[in-house]
Design a protein around this ligand. Structure first.
Ligand code: MG
Length: 377
C-alpha cells in the first residue's frame, strides 16, 4: 500500500489525483491533503476520504478550523515529512510549492511533481536534493511523463534529443494584429486540455512550453540544445525521444491527465485504467509545425532565460506568475505578459543558482513587477 499526501488537492490535478487513488484502493491510499486557501473543498475531501492530516497555506482568519491543522508553507513542509507518508504529490500552483517539495525530498520521500514552476525556479537545488537523499522525482506533467516512458527504450547517455509537443493554444491561427484585444475569457478556452487558469494562460502564451523545456533540462539532465518544442495541435503525441542511432520513440495517448498521474503514483507498475482508448483511425491526422517566435514571445524569453542560466529562469517564472495573475484580474493586456516578463529579466543581474539566490531572485522579481502594475480595473 502506497500512502499518498496531496499538496494542492483542491486544484484540477489534485482532484484527478484523488480520483485515480480511489480507483486503486488495494494499492493507493490518501493520508494527507493540503491546499492554498480553499478550506471548504479541503474539508469536504477530508470527510469523504477519512483523511485527518490537513494543511492550508492560508488558513481562514475567522477561526473556523480546528487548531490541529498544518498551516503556512512551514506547515506543509512538516506535513510532507510525516512518517506515515510514502509519496508526496506536488500540485500546488507556482513556486510556493518549492519549500514543501524540498522538505519531502529531504525526508527521502518520492515526489510526483505536477508543479513545473518548482524546477524552473530552483532546478539545480531541487535535483541536487533529490540525488543527495536518493528520493526520485516522477513527472506528472504529461509531456515529461511521456518522455520518461519513451526514455525507457534506451539509457540516459543514448538520448540525443527530446521533443516536447504543444497544442499551440487557442490563438495559434488568430491574426497577430488582434492580439492586444485578447480577452481573459478567450484565453481560458483551451482547445484540448481542461486545466487550471494559470496553466491555461501559460498554454496560450506558450510560456508553459518554455517552462517545460527548462523543467525537462533539469529532470533528464539535458542541455538546452537537446530539448525542442514542436506545435502539435491534436495533443496526441506528448513527447518524442531521439536516440543516438536516429531512432525516435514517442508516447501517445488521448489528452487526459489521469494517465500521467496514475503512471507516477503506481510507478514502476502499470495498471488497468478506465480511460478512453486512442483510436488513430478516428483521429486521422497528426500534424506538426515549428512555433512562430513573433506569435509566442514568451517561449523565446524562456529560451533566453535558459541560455543565461543561473537565477534568470527563476526571474522568468516569478515575473510570469505575477503577470498572469494581473492579466486574470484584468489589470494588464494579454500582450503585456511577455512585455513585463522581459522587463524583469532585463533588470535582473543573474546570480549562481543556489537555493538562497533563487529564493532572493524570486522575491525580487515579484516585488519589481508588483510595483510596476497598474491598479486593478
Ligand atoms: Mg504539460
Amino acid at each position: 500500500m502506497r500512502r499518498i499526501l496531496v499538496l494542492g488537492s483542491t486544484g484540477s490535478i489534485g482532484k484527478q489525483t484523488l480520483e485515480v487513488v480511489q480507483r486503486h484502493p488495494d494499492r493507493l491510499q490518501v493520508v494527507g491533503l493540503a491546499t492554498y486557501r480553499d478550506y471548504k473543498t479541503l474539508l469536504g475531501q477530508a470527510a469523504a476520504l477519512g483523511v485527518r492530516a490537513l494543511g492550508l497555506v492560508e488558513p481562514p482568519t475567522n477561526g473556523a478550523l480546528a487548531q490541529s491543522l498544518y498551516t503556512g508553507v512551514d506547515g506543509l513542509c512538516a506535513l510532507a515529512q510525516r512518517d506515515d507518508v510514502d509519496m508526496v504529490v506536488v500540485a500546488l500552483g507556482g513556486a510556493i510549492a518549492l519549500k514543501p517539495t524540498l522538505a519531502a525530498l529531504e525526508a527521502g520521500k518520492p515526489v510526483a511533481l505536477a508543479t513545473k514552476e518548482v524546477l524552473v525556479a530552483a532546478g539545480e537545488a531541487v535535483m541536487a536534493t533529490a540525488r543527495k537523499y536518493d528520493a526520485p522525482i516522477l513527472p506528472i506533467d504529461s509531456e515529461h511523463s511521456g518522455a520518461f516512458q519513451a526514455m525507457l527504450a534506451g539509457t540516459p547517455p543514448q538520448v540525443e534529443r527530446l521533443i516536447l509537443t504543444a497544442s499551440g493554444g487557442p490563438f495559434r491561427t488568430r491574426p497577430l494584429h488582434t492580439f492586444d484585444a485578447i480577452t481573459v475569457e478567450e484565453s481560458l478556452k483551451h482547445p484540448n486540455w481542461d486545466m487550471g487558469a494559470k496553466i491555461t494562460i501559460d498554454s496560450a502564451t506558450m510560456m508553459n512550453k518554455g517552462l517545460e523545456v527548462i523543467e525537462a533540462m533539469h529532470l533528464f539532465g539535458l542541455r538546452l540544445e537537446q530539448v525542442e518544442a514542436l506545435i502539435h495541435p491534436q495533443s496526441i503525441v506528448h513527447a518524442l525521444v531521439e536516440f543516438v542511432d536516429g531512432s525516435v520513440v514517442a508516447q501517445l495517448s488521448l489528452p487526459d491527465m489521469r494517465l500521467p498521474i496514475q503512471y507516477a503514483l503506481l510507478y514502476p507498475e502499470r495498471a488497468d485504467s478506465p480511460l478512453p482508448r486512442l483510436r488513430l483511425e478516428q483521429i486521422g491526422q497528426l500534424t506538426f509545425e515549428s512555433p512562430d517566435p513573433a506569435r509566442y514571445p514568451c517561449l523565446e524569453l524562456a529560451y533566453a532565460a535558459a541560455r543565461t542560466g543561473g537565477t534568470m529562469p527563476t526571474v522568468l517564472n516569478a515575473a510570469n506568475e505575477v503577470a498572469v495573475r494581473a492579466f486574470l484580474k484584468r489589470q494588464i493586456r494579454f500582450t503585456d505578459i511577455a512585455r513585463l516578463v522581459e522587463k524583469a529579466m532585463a533588470a535582473h543581474t543573474p546570480q549562481l543558482a543556489t537555493l538562497e539566490n533563487a529564493l532572493q531572485a524570486d522575491a525580487w522579481a515579484r516585488a519589481f513587477l508588483n510595483e510596476r502594475l497598474p491598479s486593478p480595473a
